[in-house]
Design a protein around this ligand. Sequence first.
Ligand code: ARG
Length: 585
Amino acid sequence: AQDANSLAMARRILLTDESYNDLTLHYLRLLTGKTPLRAAHGRDVLVVGAGVAGMVCARLLRAAGHRVRVLEANRNRVGGRVKTFRGEVWQDPRLRAEAGAMRIPSSHALTLALADRLGVARRPFHLVDTDPTPDLTSGDSRIVYTSWTGETFSTGTRPPYAAPPALGSRLIHVNGQTVTKAVYAADPRPVNKSFGWDSGQTSAAALDQALATARSYTQTRNPDGTWSDKPIEERVDGMARLLHDLDGYSLRRYLTDIAHWDEPQIQAVGTLENLTSRLSYGFLHSALDAVDINPAVTYFEFTGGTDALTTALAQDLSIEQDRVVTKVVLEPSGRVTVLAAPETGPEDEACAGAIGTPVHEYRADAVVLAVPFAALRHVDFDPLLPYGKRRAINELHHDTAHKVLLEFTERWWEWDEDTWRSRTGDAYRPAPHGAAQPAVGGGCVSDEACRFVYFPSHPSDQGAPGGVVLAAYNWAEDAMRFDALAPDDRHTEALDHLAALYGDRIRQFATHRSVSQSWLRNRWALGEAVIETPGQLTTLGPHVATPVDGRLYFAGDHCQPRYHAWIAGAVASGVEAALQVNSGA
Ligand code: ARG
């Protein structure tokens, strides 16, 4: 059984339309100039929000021949949830680290093709730990997108690169036990048993198995255990049935009722695979995330920092900063009036300061609202927006994510025990959980404060001897525990935790120039990203990106359900909004 909403959302998730066109391929060609967009009638367009979605949209519209201005609330930077901590934030100003987007799956052709087109260099990002090899920075590996139409799109110059296998040297720290990931993979039982789950299966294998029911709606399992996509007609139909059957399921309900997991298994796999914070969210989000975040995926990062992408996007766009939009009026004349105010507040975008009275007034034929719905909640619309749109803006669930970044003067995570001995001399103390194993990238999982730790993927940035560790990357409840703390206390807690994993011997290299990013308490993001609660995808989803009255358009990763919380979602939605503005939809 299918309903219209499920079918509409299925098409959006698969980036296709009633005629089964491949929209990804279409967008790739638009983004790279292979198919130019041309304005039949030039419009005055105001884009609100200089994040990836807004800037992608603005660039396409400008190239098409429209008159485009961009407004941005933040007076210090553009880029939205792409944000690189660099410069004087660190004791060593050569260092940089990501507050937001940090890893791009090789399957995200929209993001990578855009970056290649803009000349933004990329290199591997290592989700799993690997040997530091001298050859890692030779980026630009070829990206190939193969469509169901038989056509292909490719970008990049060097042969494709595939992520190396994990060394397994990073740590799992749960229920008071600490083992390496390799030890867990070889014998998962002791760790599993500490949760009361008496199983010899790894958490990753268990999750993979649990997702089989959902997968089989759109894919078929091959004899060797791998999965292949069904023909597009069947995928659309299957995705619509999946939404119809399961959009109302939370992840927990799916795991208990469909996968038949008991509570100890939910706790064990949930803790190790970052599911516990998402158990109450819509099941489909975690199923989609599992496609993009798993050890078999190859990732890239932008060599100059993720903000190299947003800096390139902002290049010669006309962006007015310090413009907080407070009111949008659809005039009877057919024009749109937008009021904007300046703001006061700290440079770090924390929740302080105030929005002033609106002193700026803009008029346009079309307005693209490319800011999170969490921000649109604070904008007045006259007349009221349509009912479905208002519900979507006000109810769509936004998650929170928190990153704590610690600077060290030495890259101790790349050392073996002998290096530790020679670098620390008489002060040498052995590691608490087995001898140090040298590696770059990868990270640890823990059931304590710092749920996920990530180490830098490359041995050094611009010759800096030190580096920055992402000591905590937490979602939802796990993020809120840090959101609630004052910044100094976050850093103390994260360093204490890292020292519990790697020994007090790491403290001598900590610079105490640490930074943290609460995306909930970022006054312009007002949340990390949309992650729907059960049922929201099919009830609110159809209203999210729909234009209003041929004058108001919406963009942002929340508008593209396949890629919430990814740059690719922002890119796709920016293209979609540009197409709508251009055609006057
Ligand atoms: N693209 C993000 C990442 O790579 C995913 C964020 C998902 N967020 C969440 N709260 N589940 O980490």
